[in-house]
Design a protein around this ligand. Structure first.
Ligand code: GLC
Length: 717
């Protein structure tokens, strides 16, 4: 047969099968292609061919595998030398970052979020979007918490599955990252993470397992760090044993960029594509010199490496290519910066922003009753989208908090802006800026301070003065740039002060929280963040977001400090905090957080009643009623926690095993049913090295947060 004819015949065969609605035999098509490939062509596919592509086989109609960051928007184009191009067509929808999405507790919204990413990735000719980032939030200091989701594996699992299904519904692959135990940025390229099998299985792996087994994620990015002494991108236990054997993962393992250190370890231990090693070769990278480059050819030819190893990697890549119609072609070209995408960004921000405190119901503001607002703080008037590192997005536009408030105020309410503080290295309180802010606050009915953490200015300076950024961890939880002094002075000048915090996680509020009437956690809420914040402040949107992580009062309360090690000794970090991450620690060890996991206020009030519990075998069901007793329509997230009364091994005081978000009109009530199964009750017994469901009595706790339990009952399993 004429070899040139094969790819055409493959496509024709696929088309005919599709038309005849017969299942296309991908496996045979893949085997056919592999049998046609030279060793060189196979090796070209298992390492990078540029900063964000891996090798094609044009002769056989196999395209390059093209990826792009990042978890909350399609990243600007890079040249082959990694420099940002001046491509004006690479702006995109800047979605709220991962932690804001998680704060919505709305997996269906995660699907919509993923659809935007997948559609825009396809429009930009990307086959893989390098997200979601789902590493567990173990310490408040991790610079990348803003990109991630939660301290709780159940919430991470539900939100990651939605996101991935959304992306892949567009014919683009998601790439869940960073596998595994990449929970700090300090020494991320060198640190060796050590933890019990129980902590690994109960806390750090569930999100990835759900991504594989529930969402069918096509690719996974292995992380930089070592895990139990072996680099995660060349880790036999994580990649071969757990991921590919136990979880039956059929897709592709991609290294983090420049994470590979050994040809044989990468080949034998489950890595499928080596990316980013060219970072050492700039400005003229030679991709054949990668660890999985031409070295592999000589190893195979000399018999030191069996060719089946290479074939398996190529098979996986082709499997994903067929699954996303990369080889057989697809008509849909994706969409870009559509109104619908921007509305999704707005909706995620509206549902993800969290109202933490609202004393005397100072919020929502009534535009008819106030004439002026002092908007204070550099974060009110600063674009964030290009900061943070690899997750940067050249936003099509970005509405800042100041712009959002100016827009909603219109000519009805006067906005007095004052910068309040300056962002520069080791900046302390700037008295003249504070005086200016105090004056604005005194001369206004209400003051809104927008502060908190920061990204760097832009990609080229992403670490400058950055507290939320890749390759950076925060030095502590202290408010930077003299913001504490600013807040205290403004609150003293005007008791009607609302503090809005931007950032990826908690900040030390102890110096002013008691005197401050209202606090909002704004995260990095994306291109429509300012609009969403303004709508919440003026009551056009009723807030419903809840914290996906605990906010400790001070860093020293955090379990990675109290029980565990962080950041480790530079070589090893021991997760002695084990399964006691976040609220699992605070509640079990009775440490009061500033704001609890799952906490978030609404302008509505909700009444919980009538908990009914039933069980059949290893399954159970919790049914209860929620009523909106206020005059304002709103959404409530009901959270279900379990507690095992007696267990062979110790268990946390409570563990999240279900949640439901419900929209209720004034006076409306709904009955909620949350199903439970064996996974809800079992724990990993790492003495026996297996999951175990011990018979006994379980407490079922229904709460508005992990610490605001409304209903509880007992069930015998
Ligand atoms: C980075 C990040 C990873 C990103 C990759 C490509 O170092 O760790 O999240 O996707 O490189 O930019």
């Amino acid at each position: 047969m004429n070899k040139k004819a094969l790819p055409i015949l493959c496509c024709l065969f696929f088309t005919l099968h599709t038309m005849a609605q017969q299942p296309f035999d991908t496996s045979s098509a893949i085997s056919n292609l592999i049998s046609q490939m030279t060793l060189q062509e196979k090796v070209n596919m298992i390492h990078a061919s540029s900063s964000f592509t891996s090798g094609a086989v044009p002769r056989l109609g196999i395209p390059e595998f093209t990826s792009s960051d990042g978890p909350h928007g399609v990243r600007p184009e890079h040249g082959r030398g990694w420099d940002l191009t001046n491509n004006t067509a690479d702006s995109g929808t800047y979605l709220p970052t991962g932690v804001c999405l998680a704060a919505t507790w709305n997996p269906q919204l995660g699907v919509e979020y993923g659809k935007v990413l997948g559609s825009e990735a396809k429009y930009r000719h990307k086959n893989v979007i390098l997200g979601p980032g789902i590493n567990i939030i173990r310490t408040p200091l991790n610079g990348r918490n803003f990109e991630y989701q939660s301290e709780d594996p159940f919430l991470v699992s539900k939100m990651a599955v939605g996101y991935i299904k959304g992306v892949q519904s567009q014919g683009v692959s998601a790439c869940v990252k960073h596998f595994a135990a990449n929970n700090q940025e300090i020494n991320r390229h060198t640190i060796n993470v050590l933890m019990s099998e129980r902590a690994l299985r109960e806390i750090y792996l569930p999100g990835f397992k759900a991504a594989v087994q529930e969402a069918g994620v096509n690719t996974i990015m292995a992380s930089y760090n070592k895990f139990r002494g072996e680099w995660a991108s060349q880790n036999n236990y994580l990649l071969n044993q757990v991921l590919k054997k136990e979880w039956n993962f059929k897709g592709v393992v991609i290294s983090d960029w420049d994470a590979v250190t050994s040809t044989s370890e990468a080949l034998w231990n489950g890595l499928d594509i080596e990316m980013g090693t060219d970072l050492h070769m700039l400005p003229n990278p030679d991709y054949s010199k990668f660890y999985l480059g031409d070295t592999v050819i000589s190893l195979v030819k000399s018999g030191k490496i069996p060719e089946y190893l290479i074939n398996d990697k190529v098979r996986r890549i082709l499997y994903v290519m067929f699954k996303t119609n990369m080889i057989n072609g697809t008509t849909d070209k994706g969409e870009y910066n559509t109104k619908e995408h921007q509305l999704t960004a707005l909706k995620v921000a509206e549902e993800g922003i969290v109202l933490l405190k609202n004393q005397h119901n100072i919020l929502p503001l009534n535009a008819k009753k106030i004439k002026s607002i002092a908007v204070i703080g550099l974060n009110a008037n600063r674009k964030q989208s290009m900061g943070g590192g690899s997750s940067q997005v050249r936003a099509f536009y970005e509405i800042t908090p100041l712009e959002g408030l100016q827009s909603i105020a219109g000519n009805k309410v006067k906005i007095n802006y004052a910068q309040g503080y300056e962002i520069k290295r080791n900046a302390i309180a700037n008295q003249s800026l504070i005086e200016e802010a105090v004056k604005a606050a005194k001369n206004s009915d209400v003051a809104i301070i927008v502060g908190g953490w920061t990204h760097g200015y832009d990609y080229n300076n992403w670490k400058d003065n950055a507290y939320d950024a890749e390759d950076v961890d925060k030095p502590n939880m202290d408010m930077p740039f003299g913001q504490n002094e600013l807040i205290k002075a403004v609150v003293k000048a005007n008791p009607k002060t609302i503090v809005v915090l931007m950032g990826g996680g908690p900040i030390d509020m102890t110096q002013w929280i008691d005197e401050t009437a209202s606090v909002i956690q704004n995260w990095y809420a994306g291109m429509e963040g300012g609009t969403a914040l303004a709508k919440i402040i003026f009551g056009e949107v009723n807030p419903s977001g809840k914290l996906p992580m605990s906010f400790p009062k001070k860093l020293e309360d955090n379990p990675s400090y109290v029980l565990g090690e962080y950041p480790g000794d530079g070589n090893n970090v021991h997760y002695y905090d084990d399964i006691y991450v976040g609220y699992r620690y605070y509640d079990t060890y009775k440490v009061e957080p500033q704001f609890a996991f799952g906490h978030g206020l609404s302008y509505s009030n909700f009444e919980y009643s009538n908990l009914q519990l039933s069980s059949e075998g290893n399954n159970a069901k919790a049914t209860f009623t929620i009523k909106n007793t206020s005059k304002i329509a709103g959404a409530e997230i009901a959270e279900l926690y379990i507690h095992q009364e007696k267990s062979l091994l110790p268990r946390p005081l409570k563990e999240l095993k279900g949640f439901e978000k419900v929209n209720l009109q004034p006076g409306e009530q709904k009955t909620i049913s949350i199903p439970l199964n064996q996974n809800s009750f079992q724990y990993f017994n790492d003495v026996k090295n297996e999951w175990e469901m011990e018979p006994g009595v379980f407490d079922i706790l229904i709460g508005s947060s992990s610490r605001d339990i409304k209903l509880n009952g007992k069930i015998k399993m």
